[in-house]
Design a protein around this ligand. Structure first.
Ligand code: A3P
Length: 322
C-alpha cells in the first residue's frame, strides 16, 4: 500500500510539471488542471474525488466559486433539507453550534484532501449534503450519471472579487505572509487566475447544466437570494422535492430558516466568532459584510466602466492557456 502511495506521488509530481503554472493567492502556486486554476492539493484531491466518489440519487451537491455565498447556501440547504429532523426554530439546532462548513463537508478539503481515507461516509444521514468549488465538467462521473440534485450559487464578479481579496489577505496576514494589493489581485482575477477560475467558465458550466437538466441543476444568484429570500427558499425546497406545505408556511417555518441563517445571526454566534472549521481558517473570516454592491467602494467612478470592460467574457475565455 505504501508503495502505491509513493507511485501516486510520483505521477502527481510528473503531472504537475506538465501543467501551466502561475502565482497563487494564499498558496504559492496555482496549476491549470482540467481548465481551472487551483493549488497542487486541490489538483490531487480532484483526481481522488473523481476516482473514488460514489453518488447516490438522494445526494445534494452545493457548488460555487469561493466567496459567492457558499457558507450561506450550505446553512440554508442544511436547514431546509433536514427540517424534519432539526426544527429550525429550536434553540439546539446544529447550525447554532457548528459552522455550516462542518455540517456540509467539502470534497476537496474535508473528504479527498490531505487524509483521504479518514472520512467516514457511514456517519452521514440521507439526504447527504456535500459542497465543492470544482467546476461542473470535473465533477465525478457518478454525479453526472446519478439523479442527484446540484445547486449552484453565483454572484456579481466584482463583489466576489472584493470578498476574495479581503479573505485572502486576512489569511495571509494571520500567517504573517505579505498581502496582495488590490491592483495586483484584480489584474490576476481578470486574467482568470484565481481559485477555481476563470470566473466565467465556472459560471457557464453550471449555467448550461441548469438549462439542459433543470430538474437536476439549479442556478441561484446571491443578489436574488438577498433581495427575495423567501421566494428563493421556496424555489429551493421545491427543487429538492421537499416543498414547504401551507401549514409550514403559515406556521413560520420559512421565516425561522431565514432568521437562523441570516448574516447577523450567524456572524454573532460563538462558534463563528472564535471557532475554526476548514483548513485552520478562522470562521469569522467567512462573515465580512454580507451585502451586494460593496465593490463600488473600492473602484473610483471613473474607473468603473473601464474595469467592467476587463471582466468581459470573451476576453477571459481567450486568456485561457492553449
Ligand atoms: P462579503 O465578503 O462580501 O461580505 P463564501 O461563503 O462563498 O466564502 O462567501 C463569503 C461571502 O458571503 C462574504 O461576502 C460573506 O460576508 C457572505 N456571507 C456569509 N454568510 C452570509 C449570510 N448568512 N448571509 C449573507 N451573506 C453571507
Amino acid at each position: 500500500e505504501e508503495k502505491l502511495g509513493l507511485e501516486d506521488d510520483f505521477h502527481h509530481e510528473e503531472l504537475l510539471q506538465s501543467l501551466p503554472k502561475c502565482k497563487g493567492w494564499v498558496k504559492p502556486h496555482f496549476y491549470f488542471f482540467q481548465n481551472f486554476w487551483s493549488s497542487q492539493n486541490i489538483v490531487k484531491a480532484t483526481i481522488s474525488f473523481q476516482k473514488n466518489f460514489q453518488a447516490k440519487d438522494t445526494d445534494i451537491f452545493l457548488t460555487s466559486l469561493p466567496k459567492t455565498g457558499t457558507t450561506w447556501l450550505k446553512a440554508l440547504i442544511f436547514a431546509i433539507a433536514k427540517r424534519n429532523r432539526f426544527n429550525p426554530s429550536q434553540n439546539d439546532h446544529p447550525l447554532l453550534n457548528y459552522n455550516s462548513h462542518t455540517l456540509v463537508p467539502f470534497f476537496e478539503f474535508d473528504i479527498y484532501g490531505d487524509n483521504p481515507n479518514d472520512f467516514d461516509f457511514s456517519t452521514l444521514l440521507e439526504p447527504r449534503i456535500f459542497g465543492t468549488h470544482i467546476p461542473f465538467p470535473s465533477l465525478s462521473h457518478s454525479i453526472h450519471n446519478s439523479n442527484c440534485k446540484i445547486i449552484y450559487i453565483s454572484r456579481n464578479p466584482f463583489d466576489a472579487f472584493i470578498s476574495l481579496w479581503h479573505f485572502s489577505n486576512n489569511i495571509l496576514s494571520s500567517r504573517s505572509l505579505p498581502t496582495l494589493t488590490l491592483e495586483e489581485a484584480f489584474e490576476r482575477y481578470c486574467e482568470g487566475m484565481h481559485p477555481y477560475g476563470p470566473f466565467w467558465s465556472h459560471q457557464l458550466g453550471y449555467w448550461k447544466a441548469s438549462k439542459d437538466t433543470p430538474n437536476k441543476a439549479l442556478f441561484l444568484k446571491y443578489e436574488e437570494l438577498k433581495a427575495n429570500t423567501k421566494f428563493e427558499l421556496k424555489k429551493m425546497a421545491q427543487f429538492l422535492d421537499c416543498p414547504f406545505s401551507e401549514e409550514e408556511e403559515s406556521g413560520g417555518v420559512i421565516d425561522s430558516i431565514i432568521e437562523l441563517c441570516s448574516f447577523k445571526k450567524m456572524k454573532e454566534l460563538e462558534i463563528n466568532k472564535n471557532g475554526k472549521a476548514l483548513e485552520n481558517v478562522e470562521n469569522k473570516h467567512y462573515f465580512r459584510k454580507g451585502e451586494t454592491g460593496d465593490w463600488v467602494n473600492y473602484f473610483s467612478p471613473d474607473h468603473c466602466e473601464e474595469e467592467e470592460e476587463k471582466l468581459r467574457l470573451e476576453d477571459l475565455l481567450q486568456s485561457l492557456p492553449k
